[in-house]
Design a protein around this ligand. Sequence first.
Ligand SMILES: [Mg+2]
Length: 269
Amino acid sequence: MSDISPALPDALAAFDHIEARLAGRRPLLCLDYDGTLTPIVARPELAVLDLDARATLAEVGRVCPTAIVSGRALHDLRERVGVPWLYYAGNHGFEIEGNGLRLNVGDDHRALIAAVRDELARQLADMPGILLEDKGYTLSVHYRHAPERVLPALYSTVDALLADRPQLAGRTGKKVFEIRPAVDWHKGRAVQWLRERIEGDLLPVFIGDDLTDEDAFQAIAQDGIGVLVSDTPRTTRAHYRVPDVEAVYRLIAQVGALASRTPARAAAG
Ligand SMILES: [Mg+2]
């Protein structure tokens, strides 16, 4: 499979391919939040779902297992989405809950994450436009509003801090550094974890826009369907593309419609 995919097929236009890949199996629908279910906004707290969006998620969650898989803290995600029968994987999958399932990875790193937060708050105090977000299991350093000139100093501060703490690792997202426990866990492992625990012959369908979503695309590359949300080409392991959030909801609705038809079709032989 090619890593560079400038001409990924549009998931809506090629929905018959997706239907063929599912071939009667149940989709395990996995959805990133920011940039996927809500447009990217200036401040993370402003990314809210409207009623139509919530209704679409509530509905699809009734016909196939549906997980929200995000870098946000789990409690934040749960509040924002507010549909009790979905699965929620917060902190890039470090904390998972839903329908009786529960997982916490990296509990023993929380004190270290808090110490790093305090240290960074001190070191970056004079740097404009930096927002630290302590999510318990991971720490986000948002720099969307930082002027270009401060970025080299920001990079070297974060690098130096991580170099002294081999128990932690850094990841780059969209205008954000994610500082997290240096353990082999990510959105892709979270999806596989869910897949192994939810009943049925499931085929993961993962829709996401972020660089951390590539871990999920990679994990399901051989047996799953990855959909990148992007209006510009980029290096990806996804199989399909949709241009924007609006198209994501159309795709979710189509997957839901397909999932609700599948049992009847199977029964009809
Ligand atoms: Mg995203």
